[in-house]
Design a protein around this ligand. Structure first.
Ligand SMILES: NC(=O)c1ccc[n+]([C@@H]2O[C@H](COP(=O)([O-])OP(=O)(O)OC[C@H]3O[C@@H](n4cnc5c(N)ncnc54)[C@H](OP(=O)(O)O)[C@@H]3O)[C@@H](O)[C@H]2O)c1
Length: 319
């Protein structure tokens, strides 16, 4: 019988936490040099799981130094705790004062900030991984503490091949920036950017994997329409994209140089690209990226307004 059946889920979480604390020897989770020694995850979904897997595989932290919570799904927390050995936590006082990642959907941000406020305000840094929510909106909801950073990663985090960009509020010290970057390096590459560039980043690398999948779908449909079996077309298109990605990873050449090696004058690839150019392929891609950037900006405005509204409502009822 699983221990949760004996203790109930709350008792089981407390049991797991206490056990780990005994072995960890207390709750001081930040060394003097500021190295990442513990992590709190608010949200236990796909992104948090990808981060947990990356952190453990890259040996950034031991599992018992990762604390995770969600809104209500006890089974999911138990599952993460069973599979990875991380700490599934419900009681805010049990979180260490450590780098805290907000990994909830944008619609849940206001509630999560409110509900986890005691944990968040004593964190040395809150890192929001939430797409589309600007730091000014988080700041107006939270008040003066803690310092903030914002990251935009992509779904390839699940296979440790994401690209993540991070923006920091002014004044965030270098040791905390290093902790954030160590964390996201565990699931791919990391770049620093000013927050103003975040909407364009969202349009490029945040949504970008979907553009590649869409191209793959179109290639499959094209070959199927020309008589190939759909399954064979899907396999060939998929492996073509995987192979091209591996070439990019393995070779220092530009995509253009790799492309030119495939194109011989008067050949098949040249004929295909001429058809794409005739349909103004590059202009179409530019319009797609612009549309995504515009949408990201509009969503940011909406969240800014709604979080300010929620914060004023809560402050008014809770002076
Ligand atoms: N998945 C990715 O690879 C990826 C890539 C880039 C950016 N992001 C961003 O990362 C964020 C999380 O994405 P996801 O894919 O991980 O979402 P997800 O799989 O839907 O998980 C969301 C998690 O948030 C929890 N949650 C909701 N309200 C909460 C609250 N009030 N307090 C604590 N936890 C709460 C949910 O708990 P319950 O299940 O109990 O409701 C769930 O565990 C999103 O903003 C997304 O835009 C994700």
């Amino acid at each position: 019988m699983h221990p949760s059946a004996l203790l109930g889920s709350e008792g089981f979480f407390a049991f797991l936490e206490d056990l780990t604390l005994r072995f960890a020897g207390g709750r001081t989770k930040m060394t003097e040099t500021g190295r990442l020694t513990a992590l709190n995850l608010i949200g236990a979904g796909a992104l948090s799981e990808a981060l947990i897997m990356g952190i453990l595989e890259a040996d950034v932290l031991p599992p018992e130094a990762i604390y995770v919570t969600n809104r209500s799904d006890d089974e999911r927390l138990l599952d993460l705790s069973r599979r990875f050995g991380v700490q599934a936590v419900r009681d805010a006082s049990r979180f260490p004062s450590a780098l805290t990642v907000l990994a909830v959907k944008p619609k849940d941000v206001s509630e999560a900030l409110y509900h986890h406020r005691p944990l968040i305000v004593r964190a040395p840094l809150l890192l929001s991984a939430v797409a589309g929510v600007p730091m000014r909106a988080l700041r107006s909801a939270l008040g003066v503490k803690p310092p903030l950073a914002r990251a935009m990663t992509n779904t390839s985090a699940v296979v440790r091949a994401a690209v993540t960009v991070v923006a920091y509020e002014d004044g965030v010290p270098e040791n905390l920036r290093a902790q954030v970057e160590a964390l996201f390096s565990a699931v791919g590459s990391v770049e620093r950017i000013p927050e103003e560039a975040m909407d364009l980043v969202t349009a490029l690398s945040g949504s970008g994997p979907a553009y590649v999948y869409y191209l793959l779908e179109a290639l499959t449909a094209a070959a199927a329409a020309l008589g190939m079996s759909y399954d064979l077309a899907a396999r060939l298109a998929r492996q073509t994209v995987i192979g091209a990605g591996c070439m990019l990873a393995a070779r220092p050449e530009t995509p253009e140089s790799l492309r030119l090696k495939i194109m011989s004058p008067g050949g098949t690839t040249e004929a295909a690209l001429a058809a794409l150019d005739a349909g103004d392929f590059r202009a179409l891609v530019a319009r797609a990226v612009e549309a995504a950037e515009r949408r990201s900006k509009a969503l940011a405005e909406q969240f800014d307004a709604s979080l300010k509204h929620a914060a004023h409502g809560k402050n008014a009822s809770n002076p």
